[in-house]
Design a protein around this ligand. Structure first.
Ligand code: NAP
Length: 259
């Protein structure tokens, strides 16, 4: 992936990983458009930076995605990089019948959202020079967290979808997966100060170093996520599954007792 001279759309660019990526790519000389539901957050990320723009988007809504893609391409015809970063993570208990609203919203946002947005932009991107699609999955794509089962399943699905997309777009659009470990953002309440989670700036430093490698790796994997990404290949899935879920339970209990 080229590191400069792009026009980059980042969904979920109003906070966390998306906002940090937006600033780093903008610092490198790219035009950056951040998209999400909360316009104030997007505008705060843009601040007084030129060549940086905020566009509202609700990725849960198919009609909004179609309208957004039209606006995007007409206002920013040079857009050549799509970073599918918007996502939600909800805790769910599987041991009783429940309201499935959270599960459904998670699938709509984390899986159907990127599928729909890629579909709306794929022909435009394929016609642009140095085009790339970056899909943000998770270490939980490879070893699931029991407390967030639908979230983990959507990330496993995004991993799979990205593999197909990479082959289908070969020679036209570079397709990259970014699979973060647990990072200090407000993806879940209290997570931005949760002990044992990777500080956001350290994560983004490592990520930008990996993006800059030529060729960019097909999977952007900071060192810390290897524990999850390689668990199955290294024949330690069961131990990793147990350790991950124990760690996450203790981390949440720690946050709750401090709150
Ligand atoms: N932090 C971690 O530990 C971690 C680990 C692995 C993977 N990830 C992934 O990294 C990505 C970014 O998460 P983050 O940690 O930076 O959390 P975050 O700060 O909560 O960012 C998520 C972003 O997604 C946007 N979003 C949510 N629903 C949306 C919708 N319906 N339409 C448009 N935008 C929507 C949110 O903006 P609005 O609310 O304004 O719409 C928000 O800016 C997610 O895909 C997440 O699954 C994070």
């Amino acid at each position: 992936m080229h590191m400069t001279g792009n026009t980059i759309l980042i969904t979920g660019g109003g906070s966390g990983i998306g906002a940090a990526l937006a600033h780093r790519f903008h610092d490198l000389g790219n035009t950056v458009i951040v998209a999400g539901r909360r316009l104030e957050s997007l505008q705060a990320v843009v601040g007084d930076r030129s060549n940086m723009h905020a566009l509202p988007l609700d990725i849960e809504d198919p009609a909004a995605i179609a309208a957004f893609a039209e606006t995007l391409v007409s206002r920013f015809p040079d857009v050549n990089v799509l970073i599918n970063n918007a996502g939600i993570m909800r805790f769910e208990a599987l041991d009783r019948a429940r309201d499935l609203t959270d599960a459904e919203a998670t699938i709509t946002t984390n899986l159907l959202g990127p599928i729909r947005l890629i579909d709306a932009l794929v022909e435009h991107l394929a016609a642009r020079p140095n085009a790339a699609i970056v899909n943000v999955s998770s270490g939980l794509a490879f070893v699931p967290l029991v407390a967030t089962p639908t979230y983990s399943a959507t990330k496993a699905a995004i991993h799979s979808y990205t593999q197909s997309l990479r082959d289908a777009l070969s020679g036209k659009v570079e397709v990259i997966e970014l699979a973060p470990p647990a990072v200090q953002t407000e993806l879940t309440p209290g997570q931005s100060t949760r002990e044992g989670y990777m500080p956001l700036e350290a994560f983004i430093d490592e990520v930008m170093g990996l993006f800059a490698k030529q060729p960019t790796p097909a999977e952007i994997l900071v060192e810390r996520v290897g524990f999850l990404r390689s668990a199955e290949a290294e024949n330690r899935f069961d131990q990793t599954f147990a350790a991950l879920n124990e760690f996450a339970r203790k981390a949440r209990e720690g946050s709750a007792s401090k709150a």
